[in-house]
Write a protein that binds this ligand. Structure first.
Ligand code: HEM
Length: 390
């Protein structure tokens, strides 16, 4: 009796297992196949949306010494609004060679050796090598007049600098990679990698940078920090930018190219400015507005950053380039129509509240407006060209 019962139990178990298998094998197959198909479909969709771009070489008559810097003028009439303000970027323009190139890369090499502003985390080594290949492939394709392989293909020759760099970055150390990147393009480079550490914010973290032209912060102190912590001194960052910024860095795709600008005015003559561009609320109590007659407006600069973003296709890291443009207010005033001057003055007035302190508008705002509107010519009315040495 017991045996018969056992037999029945075994039979029913077998039957049940067979039924379950018959139902689940196709479902498992369907599940995995569908997942695979899903991934493949997503890849095809992404490739359609963001195909690998073809970089177009500059024309034969291109002469880097005749390329005046692109005149970004991102200010708008009325109150300053802090938002992403991102636009699509033509991939040809992610790294540009303009007439400032040789002076700037020479200065960058000196700054790299003298100041400890660049750095990397070990986890960024592969991303740094991919960045190196990205940069030099771009230079070879976009500027074949100035960047070519040597006969044995082992080095890439930079004809403007009259120097060469290894074609293959595989055996280079992190510091060698940073130094070569820093001293062959005018752009600062920043690499961000998603934070996977438990207990840490679910944000992208700065893991490598060659920030040699910082405006008001010490890049070494930003290394290994997530985006929100990097932006701690920026007023209203958490309410106004945090969510959209984190989404942006999570969603940007390989071969998607994005640009944004920010701008300010500086009364010092440093491209490399870890201090001097920003103020805190405590410092604001001792800041006095500057008088226009005390300022040489050949040495007061409208400073714009061209910030470009993409995702590296192999390592998946986010890559950012920052190209800093500086135009003396003397030159800027000479290039603007009366209407454009009014817009700039309105934009200066539009930097209000905590931002007026952070961007030091409380110090330079009135003097800059007086000069722009021609109410003052400053301490030196004669136009001169300032050469940056730091
Ligand atoms: C869509 C991307 C980004 C937006 C919208 C953004 C926005 C801003 C804004 C509005 C400021 C205030 C500066 C000013 O206007 O003068 C700022 C400052 C700054 N940003 Fe970003 N940012 C972005 C990406 C990044 C990334 C990727 C990094 C570095 C990994 C970075 C590093 C900094 C630093 C170091 C400062 C100065 C902070 C200080 O004063 O210490 N930003 N950013």
């Amino acid at each position: 009796m017991l045996q018969i019962q056992n037999l029945k139990t075994e039979e029913s178990l077998l039957l049940a297992t067979t039924v379950v298998s018959l139902i689940s094998i196709p479902s498992i197959y369907y599940f995995f196949n569908n997942k695979k198909n899903g991934k493949a479909k997503a890849a095809v969709k992404q490739e359609k949306e963001f195909p690998k771009p073809t970089i177009v070489p500059v024309s034969d008559d291109f002469d880097w010494e005749k390329q005046t810097p692109y005149p970004y003028r991102p200010y708008k009439k009325g109150p300053y609004k802090m938002n992403l303000a991102i636009r699509k970027l033509d991939p040809n323009d992610i790294i540009c060679i303009e007439d400032t190139y040789l002076d700037r890369v020479t200065l960058r090499e000196k700054l790299f050796d003298e100041k400890k502003l660049s750095g990397f985390h070990e986890s960024a080594l592969d991303s740094l090598k991919e960045t190196y290949r990205f940069i030099f492939n771009h230079l070879l394709q976009r500027y074949p007049k100035y960047f070519t392989y040597s006969n044995d293909k082992k080095t890439i020759i930079n004809k403007i600098k009259e120097s060469s760099v290894p074609a293959n970055p595989s055996d280079l150390s992190g510091n060698e990679l940073l130094r070569i990147i820093a001293s062959n393009i005018e752009e600062d480079m920043l690499l961000l990698i998603k934070n996977n550490d438990e207990g840490e914010p679910d944000e992208y973290v700065l893991r490598a940078s060659t920030s040699l032209f910082p405006a008001g912060f010490n890049p070494a102190q930003k290394m290994n920090l997530p985006l929100t912590k990097i932006h701690t001194p920026v007023p209203h960052y958490v309410e106004k930018l945090q969510t959209s910024m984190n989404k942006f860095f999570s969603r940007i795709k390989p071969y998607e190219f994005i640009i944004r600008n920010n701008w300010s005015i500086q009364t010092h003559t440093n491209l490399c400015a870890p201090t001097g561009s920003h103020a805190t609320k405590e410092e604001a109590t001792t800041i006095h507005p500057l008088y226009p007659q005390d300022l040489d407006f050949n040495k007061v600069f409208f400073r714009v950053e061209k910030q470009c973003f993409t995702r590296l296709p192999e390592t998946g890291s986010d890559l950012m380039f920052i190209r800093t443009y500086v135009t003396s207010l003397m030159d800027l005033r000479g290039s603007l129509t009366e209407e454009e001057k009014e817009i700039l003055c309105s934009a200066i007035d539009g930097i209000m509240g905590d931002f007026a302190i952070y961007k030091k508008r409380i110090q330079w705002g009135e003097a800059a407006k007086a000069f722009i509107m021609g109410e003052s010519n400053g301490s030196n009315p004669v136009k001169t060209k300032y050469t940056f040495v730091s």
